[in-house]
Design a protein around this ligand. Structure first.
Ligand SMILES: [Zn+2]
Length: 410
């Protein structure tokens, strides 16, 4: 093997190897921060809503402070506290969503770090290969490649090759630097997400304590109210005025929902019969229509029927339908749910301790809507139950059998 021939052979081999490197080893793409920006925007929007909740809470606190010395306003105090509880519960759910989002953010950053580290390792290996090759083929440099051109046309070919090789080497270096920066950024993101999540978790603990303390205050007020007026349920007069407003509101919402569903080619279908919402509690403490208002002592009409039951008993939907309203009503219903069964037929469940459905939910007959409580203008745990047919309130008793009232069968 002659020296000159060997050199030329070596050079051709070098070019082949270099070109092979250019053609066969594509540079890995540096991981982009892709979906992360969207998630951060979501968290920011959650934080903005949390800010609104804070304002609502502060406003309610101001109202509470203004009447806190007035013993006659115990019922109003109770309702303000319940509104605060409603806001705190929204706050807790908001923070829960934030914590979940931070979990996603942390997972994203961790995946990003793992991917970037893998790419960095690949690039570094490529870089080492290039350096080792340069070391091994010490005298073969770009100029040497050009110098060995056979003719002008060969020189042009070689120039293009050299250009590609140099570009490739530069790209390896650039990618290595970019990968290192990306890694640094991913690590910062991870750190930030962890810190922010920790802060959210601490806020959650505070919110839960606040909730407990508000609930204790409500219990204290209830005890005080019940000591003064024994066994009253709710102010019928106030609820009657409210029920009239509710008639209009429900009719309006029902029409809106029907139009919305019609646009989607849908319609609410429901059973013809009603299921009793509290299967284990069938004794009523108050009937529909006239009774003596425990607050005013005067005769007033009652917009529904009252069914005493312990706090926390499940309230079941009388029929299938779509939840029209699930909210805290500060006028007197407290936590209440209205279910739309189509054709102007709705059922309303009031004074719940908690609601387990939200407006727009599709519910089945017998599905749990919430739990028995005494929120709103109420001083004892019971369900206040209303039925509307063709948008007009009817006596719920007429739709059931087996109910009793003070020992009598209805
Ligand atoms: Zn009632």
């Amino acid at each position: 093997m002659g020296k000159t021939r060997g050199c030329g052979h070596l050079l051709r081999r070098a070019l082949c190897v270099l070109l092979a490197a250019v053609l066969l080893v594509p540079l890995p793409a540096v991981v982009a921060p892709d979906a992360r920006a969207v998630t951060q925007a979501e968290i920011d929007s959650l934080k903005a809503s949390a800010g609104d909740l804070d304002k609502q809470k502060a406003d309610l606190q101001k109202q509470l402070k203004a009447i806190s010395a007035d013993k006659n306003k115990a019922m109003d105090q109770k309702q303000l506290l319940e509104q605060q509880i409603d806001v705190i519960q929204s706050e807790i759910s908001n923070i829960n969503q934030q914590i979940t989002k931070y979990d996603e953010l942390i997972t994203q950053a961790q995946t990003g770090i793992a991917e970037t580290q893998q790419e960095e390792a690949q690039l570094y290996e490529l870089f080492c290969q290039r350096v080792r090759y340069m070391e091994e083929e010490g005298d073969v440099n770009y100029w040497a490649i050009l110098f060995h051109a056979a003719d002008f046309s060969d020189l042009l070919d070689r120039l293009i090759m050299v250009d590609e090789i140099m570009e490739y080497d530069n790209a390896v270096m650039d990618s290595l630097i970019a990968t290192r920066q990306q890694l640094e950024e991913n690590k910062n993101q991870l750190e930030q997400a962890r810190t922010a999540q920790q802060a959210a978790k601490e806020k959650q603990v505070t919110a839960r304590k606040e909730l407990e303390s508000r609930e204790a205050e409500v219990d204290k007020l209830l005890a005080q109210i019940n000591k003064e007026k024994k066994q009253v349920e709710h102010s019928v007069k106030e609820l009657e005025a409210l029920a009239k407003q509710m008639d209009a509101e429900i009719a309006k919402k029902q029409k809106e929902l029907a139009a919305q569903l019609a646009a989607q080619g849908k319609k609410i279908t429901s059973e013809s019969g009603y299921k009793w919402p509290l299967p284990d509690y069938t004794n009523l403490s108050s009937l529909y229509a006239g009774r003596i208002d425990p607050f005013t002592g005067k005769k007033a009409t009652h917009s529904g029927i009252d069914v005493p039951a312990p706090k926390g008993v499940k309230i079941l939907s009388a029929k299938s339908g779509v939840v029209l309203t699930s909210a805290y009503n500060k006028g007197g219903y407290g936590n209440y749910v209205v279910v739309d069964h189509g054709n102007g037929n709705t059922t309303l469940y009031a004074h719940m301790s908690s609601r387990s459905v939200k407006a727009g939910d599709v519910v089945k007959q017998g599905q749990v809507l919430g739990l028995v409580g005494t929120t709103g203008r109420s001083t004892g745990n019971h369900l206040h139950y209303e039925i509307r047919e063709k948008d007009v309130r009817i006596d719920p008793v007429t739709r059931y059998s087996g109910l009793t009232y003070k020992g009598k069968k209805l």
